[in-house]
Design a protein around this ligand. Structure first.
Ligand code: GRF
Length: 189
């Protein structure tokens, strides 16, 4: 049995997919950390009975916000952290002390289109291959070692909303599956 902490900033559809997939496996989503007060992910956490914590980044630097995150994590002692739409960059020291213990989902085929607007940018670029990347988090923005990439072929008639839905469907299938296998590994250590 292993414990997962999820960091999110907004809607939380990946968070919900992860919680549903982990339910009944013996592993546990021990907490949600979110930097945006009022984000929809808080409603999901409440409904799914996952302890949720708001950590504000407003009016202070990343180190100060992360000190609060560290205090929360010290209580839950997660084996793995999954970033799921978390829109903050973690400090080098936070990341370096957790090598291969933090994973992220990105809605493009990295290294193409990193950053906050990757999906829109990859859609507008017009290529026929789109997809998702699940990777370990390192000091860079969407640069860490890739764990799984899944691509789709887009048809020229598909609009942005259709592509976004297809990409999210892929995320909701593959991110929980990767996380489960990492939790299985962590549980054996
Ligand atoms: C996802 O598309 C993910 O790839 C990106 O942020 C989005 C989060 O969506 N990092 P949600 O909050 O999980 O619905």
């Amino acid at each position: 049995m292993a414990r997962l902490a999820v960091f999110a900033s907004g809607n939380g559809s990946n968070f919900e997919a992860i919680v549903s997939a982990i339910d009944g496996t013996g592993h546990e989503v021990c907490c949600l950390i979110c930097d945006e007060a009022g984000a929809r992910v808080f409603e999901r956490a409440e409904r799914l009975a996952v302890p949720a914590h708001h950590v504000s980044y407003g009016g202070r630097n990343r180190e100060q916000a992360e000190a609060e995150i560290e205090a929360i994590l010290a209580r839950y002692r997660p084996d793995l952290i999954a970033l799921a739409g978390f829109m903050r960059i973690l400090t080098p020291s936070f990341v370096d002390t957790r090598r291969q213990k933090i994973v992220n989902i990105h809605p493009t085929l990295l290294p193409a289109f990193p950053g906050a607007h990757g999906l829109e940018e990859s859609y507008r670029a017009g290529g026929s291959r789109l997809g998702i990347t699940i990777h370990y988090v390192d000091r860079g923005v969407d640069t860490g070692p890739i764990i799984r990439q899944v691509s789709i072929t887009r048809s020229p008639i598909e609009d942005y909303a259709t592509i976004e839905r297809r990409i999210h469907d892929l995320e909701h299938r593959h991110y929980p599956a990767v996380i489960l296998s990492l939790l299985d590994q962590a549980g054996e250590e």
